[in-house]
Ligand binder design. Structure first.
Ligand code: 5GP
Ligand code: MN
Length: 332
């Protein structure tokens, strides 16, 4: 099957894709950036694009400060988190990142050299060329389309097809988040599997990869669940002592269980960092609600049904602010 004509038929290539392919073609030295606290969609997008561009004999820097949790630690060695000089970089590609303050970078980016590839509705279009496609469930799908457009020989590089599949399946929750208006990843994952990517390999990385203390922590955090408004708002928290270098609870694993509560509409996970007097919040909701706008209100962002923010203050204060806001907007 010809992948290019299949994508042309099912979706079509946006005009920005051609523009971005041309920019990539021209550039000699590239830097690929993503968002703070990268997830596998971010890492998959960065690494797949970087490996493919290196085959075009380009010098490519992949930049992130991590942390590279769980199976994402396999990719840490490919990254740098320091650069001496950025003057000789022709092009900066920012993936999966909705706003400038979410970019994981320690220096000022020359925006006239920035290309943005993203799928967040809230994207601020801060680059010179922006391809934002919120019909797609992952940013990795954009990288896939771009490489297809550039006639990348997928058969030659099993690593690239596997990383693309890993990134897509991470954001589509191994097919759990497919919606009637976001089904393209079904087709794209099929195309990648036809090129040698192994979905079982992705599954094992995502779901058969916890250590015993992580599953115990999941139990502990689930045990702390509380609710409001007739069990429609469901929330829990984690404290400073719960996580350490070898124990990390992924929000995906937690929400998998939390969102199984039938009455639940809005789900909040507070990750308390008392040492730095801040709380990181992760939220999910059913499709009739919009946690993205709640996250934006607190200076964060994300998607309609999955979003987050970092809020200064102690747990009790932040918890009250967030739950009051959700109650006021949706359950007055
Ligand atoms: P998670 O709950 O898995 O950490 O994040 C869910 C979604 O919300 C992700 O798509 C992520 O990009 C977005 N998100 C999480 N935290 C923040 C934040 O502080 N700011 C913005 N803009 N988006 C966030
Ligand atoms: Mn993403």
């Amino acid at each position: 099957m010809d992948i290019k004509s299949t994508i042309e038929t099912v979706k079509g290539f946006a005009k920005e894709i051609a523009e971005i392919a041309k920019e990539l073609d021209k550039a000699h030295k590239l830097m690929i950036l993503g968002h703070k606290n990268p997830d596998m969609d971010c890492i998959g997008s960065q690494v797949a694009l970087a490996l493919a561009m290196r085959e075009h004999a380009k010098e490519v820097i992949i930049y992130s400060n991590g942390p590279f949790n769980g199976y994402m630690s396999d990719y840490e060695k490919l990254y740098v988190n320091k650069v001496e000089n950025i003057d000789d970089i022709d092009l900066f590609v920012v993936v999966d990142t909705s706003s400038i303050n979410r970019i994981d970078v320690d220096f000022e980016l020359p925006l006239e050299k920035v290309i943005v590839l993203d799928h967040h509705v809230t994207n601020e279009n801060f680059g010179k060329v922006n391809y934002i496609d919120s019909d797609l469930i992952s940013a990795t799908e954009i990288i896939f389309m771009l490489l297809v457009f550039m006639d990348y020989p997928f058969d030659r590089n099993k690593t690239v097809v596997q990383i693309l599949l890993d990134g897509i399946l991470s954001d589509n929750g191994y097919y759990r988040h497919i919606r009637t208006d976001k089904y393209m990843s079904l087709i794209f994952t099929y195309l990648l599997i036809s090129k040698g990517a192994d979905p079982k390999e992705t599954y094992d990385k995502m779901y058969v990869n916890n250590n015993i203390d992580e599953v115990k922590l999941l139990g502990k955090v689930l045990n702390r669940i509380e609710s409001l408004k007739d069990n429609q708002i469901i929330y829990t928290h984690q404290t400073d002592d719960d996580e350490n270098d070898t124990v990390h609870l992924s929000s995906a694993l937690l929400f998998l269980q939390m969102t199984s509560i039938k009455t639940g509409k809005i789900f909040v996970y507070f990750k308390v960092n008392a040492a730095e007097n801040k709380v990181i919040i992760s939220m999910r909701c059913t499709p009739e609600y919009d946690v993205g706008s709640i996250a934006c209100f607190f200076g964060g962002g994300g998607h309609t049904v999955a979003a987050g923010a970092t809020i200064s203050g102690d747990y009790e204060t932040v918890k009250k602010k967030v739950l009051d806001k959700i109650s006021e907007v949706y359950f007055p």
